[in-house]
Design a protein around this ligand. Structure first.
Ligand code: AGP
Length: 613
């Protein structure tokens, strides 16, 4: 998704803007640009480049302009108009006195563009954003202030936006507005920052305010004023940014994704740290303790999410039904919002999102809100939109996840749902002993993850054999069926190899037709209650010459005679097994992609946070 950075203060804005864009690269983009105003207020400059921020940085180095202490910058993830310099932001008006960067979609841009063209405005890009610039310019031309011009322009558009605008006519302020695309204002001493997320603020300030939908902000170097759409000033709560710089750097790892896979020893621990009440066999979740009774009395639990978070919801379905006895439904957020979902105030809804900014999940939430259900957020990014829209919720505490392919957030989401299952289960029929067993097993996970990570070289060697595979089939049963889906998603999103996850039993209802010596089949086969059934599935694949990689229990010696490769991992209780079985699949996908020379952290066409529909 697009990234926005703005700066106004006393320092040279250019290095701050470039560094900010680099911190937002993980969001996914195809082009970048910056727009600045010189301190003598005589000059404006816009510099854009296709491709990486490093290319923009090279261009900027040759820029001859006096110090500039105000500027805006953008990384673009193309929605309207192909990736090109002309379509990159900032967009500007004819005399280049007004610059604007935008994240979101202007749905009625065609009709606005037609009207502005008729009024003589010339367009140089194919983007929807450019209509905003000329619309604002049309109000500036009638004598409105920059703030008023932005307000008037926004009153005419339909769609979503997170935007920053600067103008040579009022060079001591940045105008910021938000509807549907996140923006945060960083508070400095004699300087202020604007960004799409706090990662761009780290190292500059630890204080920020989150801008809500419908708010517009006038930011100068000394203050910021937040107003509602009808000009009421709004006082904002200042938040502390708890993320440190080293948490968002790669350190000694070649890729963020590998760092985040290895961080799971600590992130899984951080997700349950301080939340286990062993004597009572229950969990302490500050974000939902006060409404735990209401959740326990729900008629139904509805989980809504996208992508990997949806897979976490599928695992959570097994956990919650097994240990709370409450019926659970799991929905793709993008489907939920367009169905006519039967949701009532007797239901509790969990919205699962690593970024807390996924547009489909946020929209599903707003749809559900109309039906009075209890709205709960399970997020990783503190202060994110979904977290703030929720009545209550639980942060998964996985730490910043920069790699586009979600890894540690997934396992932390599962830890949190195990804790929720125990907390709610103990208010219903879960016994003290069973609650304590789950909590003890949770505490044993970090050590077991450490053991699995020691298999990295073996997994890399296996990956070597499948670099040229054209397809993969992932099979799992019970708790491990969602892990099969998740393993397949990891493989396809970073190695661009088609991969499909299936319930192992479903194979004979179709996919078995795909099995031949060219079809690698990954089978998740820990020694659990469905092990014998999975072995039968393995034999069915074997009989058709499929090549089998098994994720198996470390004490399983029989399986080696049946499969081509076996990755042996420690056991735990069934409900927590997905937290362990997913890790070899993360590493397998990672190594295949690296061996294919692909951009593991920023796969093509993908964004870390999909803030458009
Ligand atoms: C997972 O590896 C993908 N990056 C993607 O499916 C992601 O899980 C999905 O877009 C949901 O993101 P969220 O958890 O931030 O809402």
């Amino acid at each position: 998704m697009c990234g926005i950075v703005g700066y106004i203060g006393e320092k040279n804005s250019i290095p701050i803007l470039i560094e900010g864009l680099k911190r937002l690269e993980y969001r996914g983009y195809d082009s970048a640009g910056i727009g600045i105003i010189s301190n003598d207020k005589k000059e404006t400059r816009v510099i854009k480049s296709l491709g990486k921020v490093s290319k923009l940085e090279e261009k900027v180095e040759h820029l001859v302009i006096d110090n500039s202490s105000i500027g805006i910058a953008h990384t673009r993830w193309a929605t309207h108009g192909e990736p090109s310099e002309a379509n990159a932001h900032p967009h500007f008006n004819k005399d280049e006195s007004l610059y604007l960067v935008h994240n979101g979609i202007i749905e009625n841009y065609t009709e606005i563009k037609a009207k502005l063209t008729k009024d003589g405005f010339e367009f140089v890009s194919q983007t929807d954003t450019e209509v905003l610039v000329h619309l604002i310019d049309s109000f500036l031309a009638k004598g409105s202030s920059l703030l008023k011009s932005v307000q008037l322009a926004l009153s005419e558009v339909r769609g979503t936006y997170g935007l920053c605008a600067i103008s040579k006519t009022e060079p001591d302020k940045i105008i910021v507005a938000r509807k549907g695309s996140p923006l945060v204002v960083g508070i400095g001493d004699g300087e202020h920052f604007v960004a799409s997320d706090v990662n761009a603020l780290i190292g500059h300030t630890s204080r920020c305010v989150y801008i809500e939908d419908g708010e517009i902000v006038e930011v100068t170097k000394d203050k910021f004023t937040v107003s509602s759409i009808d000009n009421e000033e709004i006082l904002k709560e200042v938040h502390e940014i708890s993320v440190e710089l080293d948490e968002i750097s790669k350190g000694d790892y070649p890729h963020y994704m590998l760092k985040e896979i290895y961080e799971q020893v600590n992130s899984v621990h951080d997700s349950f740290r301080g939340r286990i009440l062993m004597d009572e066999g229950t969990a302490k979740l500050d974000g939902i303790d006060r409404i735990a009774e209401r959740i326990a009395n729900s008629k139904r639990l509805v989980l809504s999410a996208c992508g990997t978070s949806w897979h976490a919801g599928l695992v959570a379905e097994y956990m919650l039904e097994q240990f709370t006895g409450i019926p659970v439904e799991v929905d793709y957020a993008s489907e939920f919002r367009y169905r006519n979902p039967i949701v009532t105030k007797e239901d509790s809804m969990f919205f699962i999102s690593q970024s807390g900014e996924t547009a489909d999940t946020l929209a599903a939430m707003k749809e559900a809100k109309r039906r009075d259900a209890l709205m709960l957020g399970i997020c990783n990014v503190v202060g994110s939109s979904i977290a703030r829209e929720s009545e209550a919720g639980v942060y998964v505490h996985a730490g910043p996840e920069i790699g586009v392919a979600s890894t540690k957030a997934f396992t932390s989401q599962l830890v949190v749902f195990a804790l929720i299952s125990v907390l709610i289960g103990r208010k219903r029929h879960l016994s003290l002993i069973d609650g304590q067993e789950i909590l003890r097993e949770l505490e044993s996970l970090p050590k077991k993850i450490e053991q699995i990570l020691k298999l990295n070289n073996q997994i890399e060697a296996i990956a070597e054999k499948f670099v040229n595979a054209k397809n993969f089939l992932y099979l799992g049963r019970g708790y491990n069926f969602p892990v099969a889906l998740e393993g397949a998603l990891k493989m396809k999103e970073i190695s661009y190899i088609h991969a499909e996850g299936y319930p192992a039993a479903e194979m004979k209802h179709g996919p078995i037709a795909l099995i031949d010596e060219n079809m690698p089949v990954i089978v998740i086969a820990p020694k659990d209650s469905v092990y014998e059934k999975v072995i039968t599935n393995i034999e069915e694949v074997k009989a058709r010459k499929g090549v089998i990689i098994a994720i198996a229990s470390e004490n399983d010696n029989e399986i080696d005679n049946l499969v081509d490769y076996s990755i042996k991992i420690p056991d735990t209780i069934r409900m927590l097994m997905p937290i362990l079985t997913v890790i070899p699949l993360q590493l397998l996908a990672y190594h295949v992609a690296v061996k294919k020379g692909l951009n593991v952290d920023q796969p093509r066409n993908l964004a870390k946070s999909v803030t458009v529909e």
